[in-house]
Design a protein around this ligand. Structure first.
Ligand code: GLC
Length: 460
C-alpha cells in the first residue's frame, strides 16, 4: 500500500483537477464571452483578440521563393520555400533549426536579433548564387510567437514576453524594425513582408491544404489559437473594413483566466514563482512548458509529507523545471509490466531511487491527472471558439477543421486522444461528425512563407 499521506495528496489533486463536462461547458462559455469582449474594444478582455491584418487565407495560387523565420520557443527555424501555384504547390522546402542559448532569452534585444540574423544570413548564403535574386530583394515571413500589437501586416510592437523569454528592452518596440536592423548589420538585403503569430501561420498553412480549416491552435511550449472572424463582428477594427469581409484574429487565449478554471495550490505557487506572475493562467494549466513542472511540484509535496520515496536527496526535486513534459509523457506511456521507464525517469531526473511498483503507479496517475486536465481544458477552449463563430453544433452542417501544431499535441498520445474525445463529449456525437481535428505539422513556418507571398512587393 502507498502510504496514507501520499494517497491523500493524490486524492486532493484528483479532486481539484476534476473537469466534468459541466465545468468545461462553463469554461467554453466564458472563453466565448471574453473573446467577444476582447473584440469590442482594445483592452476589453484579458484575451487580447489581436487583429492580425491577415484578411484572407492562402488559396494555393501563391508563387515564388520565400524565406521564413520562426521564433517562439527554445529553438528558432529558418526556412526557404519554393511555391509553385495551385497544381504543384510546395515544390521545395529547406529548413535549419538553431537552438537559442539560454542567456539570450533574458539578455537584450539587439543580442537576440543579432544572433538570429547571423544564422539567417548563413542560411541565405548557402543558397548559393540564385539568378532569381540578381536585381531583387529577398522576402521573408516572420513568425514571432508572442503577443504583438500589430500596426500593419508587416509591423507590430511587442506587448509582453511569454513562455521562457524576458528581454525588457524589446517590450514596446517594433519587432520587425529590430529584425530588419539586425539583418542590415549582417549585410542581408531582405525585406520582412509579413509578421505573424504561429497560430496564424498554422491556420494559413492548414487552409492552404484544406479550405475547411477555420481555427489554428498551438499546443506546444505555449498555447494559443487563431481563427477567421467576420470583420463586422470586430467593433474595435478601425478604418475601412477589409474587402474580403474577414479578418484573422490571434486570440492569445493563453492569458484567459476565469473563476471556473480548476486551479490548485501547485498552479498558484507555479504562477507566483514564474517569470510572469498573474499572467498566462490558461497557458500555465495547459501547455508543454508547465505540465512537467506541475507534476514535479506534486512529487515534491509527496516527498515532504511521506516517506514513500525513501530517504531522497531533495535537491533535484526542488529544482524548477527539472522535470520536463517529454519526461512525464514517457512515464505516462510506460507499457512495461514493472514500469521500468517510470523508475528510470524518477532516478535520472529527480534522484528518486528504489521505488515500489505501487509508488510508480501513483506517479503515472499524477501524470494522468495533470495531462487530462490540460487536454480537457484545451478542448473546452476550442469549443469556446466554435461557439463564437456559430460552428460545431447540430444546426451547422458546414465542415469545420481545426489545425493543430505543437509538440504537446504531436508527441503526447494520451494528451491528443483525450483532447479529441473531450471535443466529441462537449459538442455531441452529431455535431462532431462535421468537426475534424488535424495535425498541421510545421504549419507556422510554411504559413509565414505563404502570407509573405500574398503580400509580396512584386505582386503589384
Ligand atoms: C504564447 C504566446 C503566443 C503563442 C503561443 C504558442 O502563448 O504568447 O503568442 O502563439 O505561446 O507559441
Amino acid at each position: 500500500m502507498v502510504a496514507a499521506a501520499a494517497e491523500q495528496v493524490v486524492a486532493g489533486l484528483r479532486e481539484e483537477c476534476a473537469t466534468p463536462a459541466g465545468r468545461l461547458d462553463e469554461v467554453a462559455a466564458a472563453m466565448a464571452e471574453e473573446m467577444a469582449a476582447g473584440l469590442a474594444e482594445e483592452g476589453g478582455s484579458k484575451v487580447k483578440m489581436i487583429v492580425s491584418y491577415v484578411d484572407s487565407l492562402p488559396n494555393g495560387s501563391e508563387e515564388g521563393l520565400f524565406y521564413a523565420l520562426d521564433l517562439g520557443g527554445t529553438n528558432f527555424r529558418v526556412l526557404r520555400v519554393q511555391l509553385a501555384g495551385k497544381e504543384k504547390r510546395v515544390v521545395k522546402r529547406e529548413s535549419r533549426e538553431v537552438s537559442i542559448p539560454r542567456h539570450l532569452m533574458s539578455g537584450n534585444s539587439s543580442e537576440l536579433f543579432g544572433f538570429i540574423a547571423l544564422a539567417l544570413a548563413k542560411f541565405v548564403h548557402d543558397e548559393g548564387h540564385n539568378t532569381l535574386f540578381d536585381n531583387k530583394q529577398r522576402e521573408l515571413g516572420f513568425t514571432f510567437s508572442f503577443p504583438v500589437r500589430q500596426t500593419s501586416i508587416a509591423s507590430g510592437t511587442l506587448i509582453k514576453w511569454t513562455k521562457a523569454f524576458s528581454i525588457d528592452d524589446a517590450v514596446g518596440e517594433d519587432v520587425v524594425a529590430e529584425l530588419q536592423m539586425a539583418m542590415e548589420k549582417q549585410g542581408l538585403d531582405m525585406r520582412v513582408s509579413a509578421l505573424i503569430n504561429d497560430t496564424v501561420g498554422t491556420l494559413a498553412a492548414g487552409s492552404y491544404y484544406d479550405e475547411d480549416v477555420v481555427v489554428g491552435v498551438i499546443l506546444g511550449t505555449g498555447s494559443n489559437a487563431a481563427y477567421l472572424e467576420k470583420a463586422s463582428a470586430i467593433p474595435k477594427l478601425e478604418g475601412e473594413l477589409p474587402k474580403s469581409g474577414n479578418m484573422v484574429i490571434n486570440t492569445e487565449w493563453g492569458n484567459f483566466s476565469s473563476p471556473c478554471l480548476p486551479l490548485t495550490e501547485y498552479d498558484e505557487a507555479l504562477d507566483k514563482e514564474s517569470l510572469n506572475p498573474g499572467e498566462q493562467i490558461f497557458e500555465k494549466l495547459i501547455s508543454g512548458m508547465y505540465l512537467g513542472e506541475i507534476v514535479r511540484r506534486v512529487l515534491l509535496k509527496i516527498s515532504l509529507q511521506s516517506s514513500i520515496f525513501g530517504n531522497v536527496d531533495q535537491t533535484k526535486l526542488k529544482s524548477h523545471f527539472i522535470l520536463r513534459t517529454p519526461d512525464i509523457s514517457a512515464m505516462h506511456h510506460d507499457q512495461t509490466p514493472d514500469l521500468k521507464i517510470v523508475a528510470e525517469k524518477l532516478a535520472d531526473n529527480l534522484k528518486i531511487i528504489d521505488t515500489s511498483l505501487e509508488t510508480r503507479k501513483m506517479v503515472v496517475e499524477i501524470c494522468d491527472i495533470v495531462t487530462r486536465r490540460s487536454a480537457r481544458l484545451a478542448a473546452a477552449g476550442i469549443v469556446g471558439i466554435l461557439r463564437k463563430i456559430g460552428r460545431g453544433n447540430p444546426n451547422d452542417k458546414r465542415k469545420s477543421v481545426i489545425a493543430i501544431d505543437g509538440g504537446l499535441y504531436e508527441h503526447y498520445t494520451e494528451f491528443r486522444q483525450c483532447l479529441e474525445s473531450t471535443l466529441t463529449e462537449l459538442i455531441g456525437e452529431e455535431a462532431s461528425r462535421s468537426v475534424t481535428v488535424k495535425l498541421a505539422n510545421d504549419g507556422s513556418g510554411l504559413g509565414a512563407a505563404l502570407i509573405a507571398a500574398a503580400h509580396s512587393q512584386y505582386l503589384k
